[in-house]
Design a binder for this molecule. Sequence first.
Ligand code: ATP
Length: 367
Amino acid sequence: MAKISVQHVSKTYKGGEVQALKDVSFECEDGKFFCLLGPAGAGKTTTIKLIAGIEAIDKGQIFMDEQDITDLLPKDRDVAVAFETYALYPQRTVRENLAFPLRAPMRKGGMSEQQIQQRVVEIAKLLGIEELLERLPRQLSGGQRQRVALGRALVRKPKAYLLDEPIAHLDAKLRHRMRGELRRIQLELGITTIYTTPDQLEALSLADYMAVLNNGVIEQVGTPAEIYNHPINLFVARFVGDPPMNTLQAKLDGSDLVLFGLAKLPVSAELKTRLANALAGDGVVVGVRPKDLDIVTPDSSEALFKGEVKNVQVLGETSIITVVINAHELRAKLNTQMAPGRGERVGLKFTLDDCHFFDAHTEQRLF
Ligand code: ATP
């Protein structure tokens, strides 16, 4: 177990043509589950490769506890890695693939053959691949191969697990189960884990701490609750949360906040001062999560906006409705029993307490 500290790390590919990471810093405390969340190409895999020592760093340092491991060979870092792309030994059976990390020469002296076999079966059971132990990788489905790759990482008890989208290829049900299992294993073993995913829900539900990565830059680091409740900028606000936060262009007009140039929301003198100070007259973007929008009848005095329901997506107990207001769209997450039908005219309301305020120019959070 170890604390991992990534400090001011930059990485380019193709002789500097592609900047994969720019001055990336974060810390994963000993024994914690840290998620790196970001869209495709954000730099998640690169971060894992640099921590594992598979790629060389251009600038910056990586520490494990107090030891600078920046220039250490991969084999000397005592981390176990699982990649989305499996990288299994094609000529070896699942059993041999799983046992391999336990037999690596530098780890000799640890386990007897019987202990190795015991551990292999234990991990195979945990991942539901017990019946596949005698098969070769080519005789497995993508999801099965991915579980073997994950098993090959979890079979050992290293200082840290580095898991790069390790369950991306499983079907939704299995992914859900594996998320629970992974978290359980990690808590049980207390092994420091860095886990990458493009799936915000996965990060929110797994992580002790998480970092949002975009275009090689860390946008925000915090607990899932901090990131969900206080997104630091519009990118994080829109990327974390499903469906994404609604964002409305707004201007101050007297004591009203005018949203989309359509709806007037009266604001307190205090809020007006805070907004005016922060913006000095510039525009604001107001963010409201779909769960915080409510529907009312279109002629209700509470209706901030009136519009037509363009789409209804039923997700079991909840439904997502998309309401068109002139050229704008707002989404609301409602109890399915309360959801209106497609084509219906509705009013939408929300309160200032549920709003997030961003600077329209810098896109940074105001408050
Ligand atoms: P994904 O979710 O698609 O796996 P990612 O967040 O893991 O994406 P990386 O694979 O780290 O992102 O890639 C970051 C950037 O670096 C991307 O622009 C990618 O195209 C580029 N890149 C990664 N590896 C190489 C390489 N070997 N040569 C050139 N460019 C690369």
